[in-house]
Write a protein that binds this ligand. Structure first.
Ligand SMILES: [Zn+2]
Length: 346
C-alpha cells in the first residue's frame, strides 16, 4: 500500500461540484477536504491495545475512532473488537458495517479481511463538519456526518461501507487502474460487492434485493432513492440540486469524458447492470454463483490492471467455466448478460 493508492469517495466529485456551484457551502467544503485527501501523505493508524474479544470471529479485528468533527485521523479510539456498543449510533453503524463486510468475504469467499491476511479494519466517524462523503484512504475508512440537507450520516448504509472496503480488496488483488474503463470496473466491482454485503447481511435473494447503492443516504426532500441503481442505471435520482443520475446501462450510451477520471462513477453503470442481469437470471442468492464468478475474475491473478470491459467480461466467462465445469449454462448466461449491455466477451 502506498500513498499513491487512489482514493475513492462514495459521492463522486461531479455531484459535489454541481452543489458547490449552486452555492451549497457544505459541498464546497467537502470538495476542498477531498482534494486534500488526494494529495495527503498517509500514515497508518497507531496500534491499539488489544481488548479481550467476546465470542470473536476468527481474524475479525475492528477499531472505530471518533474524529470529533476534526480533520486529524484517526482520532480517539472509541470501540475496539468485542467491546460493548457505544451510545453513539455512528460508531455502532460503522462497527457493524465493517463486520458485515468481513462476514461476506470470509463466509462466502474464504477471504480473511481485505488483504486476505486479517488486516485490522479501522474506521473514523464524525470526520469534519457537515462533511458530505466517506472514503477508504488506503489504510482506513473515513465517514462524514453529511450536511443533513442533501446527505445524511454516511455510516448508515452497509453497502457504502462494503463498496469502500472493496476498493481495498481490489488494491490487494487485480489493482485495476483508476482511470477510464479499468477505473469504471474498479468502481463497479465495489458496487457489486457493496450490494452483496447488504444482500448477505439481509439474507436476501437476487429477486428481492433493491440493487441500490446508498439507499437511505439522501436527506429527506431530495428527489431520489440512492446514489446509483444497478437494476436501472440512470434512475437513482433526478433532483434540482443534485441533477440527474448520469449512469448508462449499455455500451451505446458510454460517456466519453475527462471528468471523474474518465467517468469512473458514470460508466460503471454498464458492468453493474451486467452483474444485475446475471444474478437475477441465475436466481437464488447473488453471492452464491454470480458473486463467486466476479470474485474469481477479480482475484484470480489473470486480470491485468488495465483491463477494459471486454477483458473483464472474458475473465468472468472463463471463471464461470472453471467454477462450474459440469454446467455450461452458467458460462452461457454470463456471456448473455454481457451481450445485453452491448459487450461481446467472445
Ligand atoms: Zn468507489
Amino acid at each position: 500500500m502506498t500513498a499513491a493508492a487512489p482514493i475513492c469517495t462514495i459521492v463522486p466529485p461531479y455531484v459535489l461540484d454541481r452543489l458547490a456551484e449552486a452555492g451549497h457551502e457544505p459541498a464546497a467544503h467537502s470538495l476542498a477536504l477531498d482534494a486534500a485527501h488526494r494529495t495527503a501523505r498517509l500514515s497508518p493508524a497507531p496500534p491499539v491495545a488489544a481488548v479481550p474479544p467476546v465470542a470473536a470471529t476468527p481474524g475479525l479485528d475492528r477499531v472505530v475512532y471518533d474524529a470529533g468533527h476534526g480533520q486529524r485521523l484517526p482520532g480517539r479510539s472509541v470501540r475496539g473488537e468485542g467491546a460493548p456498543a457505544s451510545s453513539d449510533r455512528s460508531v455502532n453503524q460503522a462497527y457493524d458495517g465493517l463486520g458485515a463486510t468481513f462476514a461476506l468475504y470470509a463466509d462466502v469467499f474464504g477471504r480473511h479481511s481485505i488483504d486476505d491476511r486479517n488486516l485490522r479494519l479501522d474506521a473514523s466517524v464524525h470526520y469534519g463538519r457537515n462533511y458530505d462523503n466517506a472514503f477508504w484512504n488506503g489504510h482506513q475508512m473515513v465517514f462524514g456526518d453529511g450536511d443533513n440537507v442533501v446527505f445524511g450520516d454516511f455510516t448508515a448504509c452497509v453497502d457504502v461501507i462494503g463498496h469502500e472496503l472493496t476498493h481495498g480488496v481490489t488494491q490487494f488483488t487485480a489493482g485495476l487502474d483508476y482511470q477510464d474503463q479499468p477505473g469504471a470496473l474498479n468502481e463497479s466491482v465495489s458496487d457489486v460487492f457493496g450490494s452483496l454485503v447488504k444482500q448477505y447481511a439481509l439474507r436476501q435473494g437476487a429477486a428481492d434485493a433493491d440493487w441500490l447503492i446508498g439507499a437511505g443516504l439522501l436527506a429527506p426532500g431530495v428527489q431520489g432513492v440512492a446514489l446509483r441503481s444497478m437494476k436501472a442505471p440512470g434512475t437513482a435520482y433526478d433532483d434540482p440540486q443534485l441533477g440527474k443520475d448520469p449512469q448508462p446501462a449499455h455500451m451505446r450510451d458510454y460517456v466519453n469524458t475527462t471528468r471523474d477520471n474518465g467517468g469512473v462513477h458514470i460508466n460503471s453503470g454498464i458492468p453493474n447492470h451486467a452483474f444485475y442481469l446475471l444474478a437475477t437470471a441465475l436466481g437464488g442468492s447473488s453471492w452464491e454463483r454470480a458473486g463467486r464468478i466476479w470474485y474469481d475474475a477479480l482475484t484470480g491473478g489473470a486480470l491485468p490492471a488495465d483491463a477494459d470491459f471486454t477483458a473483464f467480461a472474458r475473465a468472468t466467462v472463463a471463471a464461470a467455466g472453471a467454477r462450474y465445469p459440469d454446467d455450461r449454462s452458467v458460462a452461457d448466461t454470463v456471456t448473455a448478460s454481457w451481450a445485453q449491455v452491448g459487450i461481446s466477451p467472445t
